[in-house]
Design a protein around this ligand. Structure first.
Ligand SMILES: Nc1nc2c(ncn2[C@@H]2O[C@H](COP(=O)(O)OP(=O)(O)OP(=O)(O)O)[C@@H](O)[C@H]2O)c(=O)[nH]1
Ligand SMILES: [Mg+2]
Length: 233
């Protein structure tokens, strides 16, 4: 959560990826033009969706390119997509280009976004229709709300687990792990023979839990202050 939920916008050139980034960010972050291959670097913006920090990356359009710089951009794009929590695969409704690596990126952490619905006079390509997709027009702001809703759902599924326990601090995690280790030691001990040692395991397990909920004795806090902050007694 602290690092943010990573969204990568990927797709063929000219599909409207940068336009979508600008729309989501509510400002002109990336250059938009009708020239294919406009974006070459990764452009990131930080957003806040329903209180969750989100990092959205716009990337270079995927196409077969001979240009060395563009090729590097495409590689960066694919890396971003692979490391993202969610991929928005944006394609052009009129000029369907959905094959190869792009198709391979489609999984449960991807949303297929068919943009430029305003240009679509006939039915959408039948193959694309079979995929779960969101048909939008960034230009005319059609159905973008639906896309945002889908993004929010993915985000919530990722952050809110069914166990409804979220460990947000490294310190808490460490203490929980240590507590668990002592409990495991306790279980492995023979009750009759190692009665006293088993009791000590339980005491240490509780102590680590206590360090999270604040049940630690005063002497210990003083000890920590004198150790860590270099204050003389
Ligand atoms: N008609 C229409 N045009 C759009 C829409 N969205 C974007 N465009 C136009 O499509 C062209 C390409 O848009 P970009 O956002 O630059 O596309 P891109 O996917 O970032 O392109 P690259 O950076 O080259 O990969 C621009 O001329 C946009 O104005 C849309 O919903 N409808
Ligand atoms: Mg672009």
């Amino acid at each position: 959560i602290r690092e943010g939920f990573k969204i990568a916008i990927v797709g063929p050139t000219n599909a409207g990826k940068s336009s979508l980034l600008n729309h989501l960010s509510n400002r002109d972050v990336a250059i938009v033009s009708e020239i294919a291959g406009t974006t070459r670097d990764v452009i990131e913006t930080h957003l806040n969706i329903d209180g969750y920090p989100v990092v959205v990356s716009d990337t270079a359009g995927i196409r077969d390119s001979k240009n060395e710089i563009e090729k590097k951009g495409i590689k960066l794009a694919l890396d971003k997509a692979e490391n993202a929590d969610l991929k928005l695969i944006v394609i052009d409704a009129k000029n369907i280009d959905f094959k190869g690596v792009l198709k391979e990126l489609m999984d449960e952490n991807a949303i297929l976004v068919v943009n430029k619905s305003d240009l679509l006079k006939e039915d959408l390509n039948f193959e694309i229709k079979n995929y779960e997709h969101v048909l939008i027009s960034v230009k005319n702001n059609l159905n973008v709300e639906d896309l945002i809703l889908k993004i929010k759902n993915k985000l919530k599924n990722k952050f809110i687990t069914s166990e409804d326990i979220l460990i947000t601090r490294a310190r808490h995690r460490q203490h929980l792990e240590q507590s668990l280790n002592y409990l495991k030691n306790f279980e492995e001990k023979n009750e009759a023979e190692d009665f006293d040692k088993a009791a000590e395991d339980l005491r240490l397990a509780t102590r680590h839990l206590g360090m999270i909920v604040g049940k630690v004795d005063v002497e210990e806090i003083l000890g920590s202050i004198f150790n860590d902050f270099c204050i003389g007694k």
